[in-house]
Design a protein around this ligand. Sequence first.
Ligand SMILES: NC(=O)c1ccc[n+]([C@@H]2O[C@H](COP(=O)([O-])OP(=O)(O)OC[C@H]3O[C@@H](n4cnc5c(N)ncnc54)[C@H](O)[C@@H]3O)[C@@H](O)[C@H]2O)c1
Length: 394
Amino acid sequence: MEVSKIAVIGAGTMGHGIAEICAISGFEVSLNDVAENILNSAIEKIKWSLEKLYEKKQIKEEPSQVLARIKTSTSLDEVLKDADFMIEAAIEDLNVKRDIFKKADMLAPSQAILASNTSSLPITEIAESTQRKSKVIGTHFFNPPVLMKLVEIVRGKYTDDATLNVSIQLCKKLEKEIVVVNKDIPGFVVNRILARVVDTACMLVYNGVADVEDVDAVLRYRLNFPMGVFEVADYSGLDVFYFIHGIMTSRGFKARLCPILEEKFKNKEYGVKTGKGFYTYPGPGKYQKPQLEKERATKLDPSIILAHAINEAAYLLREGIATKSDIDKAVMLGLGYPKGIFRFADEFGIDRVVAALEKLSEITGEEIEIDPLLSKMVKENKLGVKTNEGFYRY
Ligand SMILES: NC(=O)c1ccc[n+]([C@@H]2O[C@H](COP(=O)([O-])OP(=O)(O)OC[C@H]3O[C@@H](n4cnc5c(N)ncnc54)[C@H](O)[C@@H]3O)[C@@H](O)[C@H]2O)c1
């Protein structure tokens, strides 16, 4: 199926950006939201962004030409009646999404694919509100869609191959890098790995093993992360993390939210947006990169910060949820890691990762199930770089 018209539902943070990249790539776009003023403000933001891109010569067409391909309407019927592909980016609420999909199923042409940009809700349950379950899929863009290269394409229980292929082709035309998530699990790949790193880092602080700055200094100075884990959490909003974590655990992701995060959420210390999170900022919305002394980077073994994320990645790989290269691509493009999570594992040594997981269980008092893939690798002496073979060969 050839896609030429895309309907984007929800014109907020993600929806307006998705509409923009679709129009930049030459698609006809119809953008929908519940009120005219939201649509007008979305168009203003798109215009501003297109002008910046044009100034920097990152787009060839004049902003007005790109904008001419975006129509807006508060009527779902109007935006969906001739759409080939819908990308829903309304609020993260299962009932709202199911309602939109139910209506879209009735309004869009029968061959149209219906995709959701959900971060944490089940694609399968969204699909069940329609009569075209095989044509429902997840297309998880990252914020901001104009700059972030990654899209996780998520297969629900019913998604067929044709739908997957059309979605992959479409995202490629949007010049995105794709990671296919073969099973509709909470948090897909990126948010599961992120949750493990944030939970570990926070539990290390909660249990007095390290300070916030120590953890971030290790990541920044020893592993070359562009930002420490607490910096990222503050930047993206602790409230967002809290909600997504809650949905993921309610759907069976085995994790305990760190008590410090719980407290920060209760105190409305959401990070940069409120002026205080793990770090304190000059004011609400005023970002200033936290100063971290280099000496702090020696206080902690880096492997303990990433061990649980590596364990999670091993689970995703062993279960066939995503391929090795896709998981590594996901952390590099979705989380900005300087190399893939399996590369870090191989460099630390798989035996060291297993020891770190055992130590982490001891520190937190909560047993972490070591993934059978890691245990098998240790048994077979596939320890990573030091034995010339781990997740990769050297
Ligand atoms: N913000 C992020 O960093 C991010 C990243 C990846 C995915 N997501 C996901 O993308 C989706 C949108 O997130 P966001 O951050 O853009 O939210 P947002 O709150 O900025 O925007 C949501 C928009 O949806 C509109 N809306 C609500 N109900 C609607 C309906 N019935 N029909 C049409 N529009 C409706 C709202 O008016 C609002 O403008 C969510 O599912 C979220 O989980 C967000």
